[in-house]
Ligand binder design. Structure first.
Ligand SMILES: [Zn+2]
Length: 154
């Protein structure tokens, strides 16, 4: 089964609202930071170079809602960066170990995978071979923070 996948960052409309409000959707004020280099940015799915202007905000990546719809911290650019530059697996995240956490269409968690560095794309395709899998969240191994969501292209 050859499934075309889509890699979903924080939606542009959410970022615009957060930047405009000067606080995130959970009431946390936007505190401007200067990147030390290495922060995973969920606006454009890149790893920040040192010196970029960024902020740490709360985001709820799951749109289905329900008990598994966690809210967590994400680094984003302080101003509009134009979003992800490509449709393919975010290159800066390829060589990172990742937790792949699948969910069904109602937002219930299914069995996940710990992907070794460089294997996440193969592991993702295998997860999506299961028709019950609707989305997969790619998360950091240690902190568990959400990096981006993967779904089948419509
Ligand atoms: Zn960005």
């Amino acid at each position: 089964m050859n499934t075309e996948l889509e890699y979903v960052a924080v939606p542009a409309a959410d970022l615009e609202r957060i930047r405009c409000n000067d606080h995130d959707d959970f009431g946390n004020p936007i505190v401007p930071l200067t990147s030390g280099g290495g922060e995973p940015l969920r606006c454009c799915l890149t790893i920040a170079p040192a010196g970029d202007r960024i902020a740490l905000v709360s985001h709820r990546p799951m749109t289905a809602g329900g008990p598994y719809a966690e809210v967590g911290p994400v680094f984003v650019h302080l101003s509009d960066c134009g979003g992800p530059a490509s449709d393919s697996y975010p290159a800066d995240f390829r060589d990172r170990r990742s937790v792949l956490r699948p969910y069904d269409a109602s937002g219930q968690m299914l069995d996940g995978v710990l992907a070794a560095a460089g294997t996440a794309e193969v592991e993702l395709k295998q997860l999506f071979d299961d028709p019950a899998v609707d989305t997969v969240q790619v998360r950091n191994v240690i902190a568990g923070c959400w990096n981006f969501t993967v779904r089948r292209q419509a």
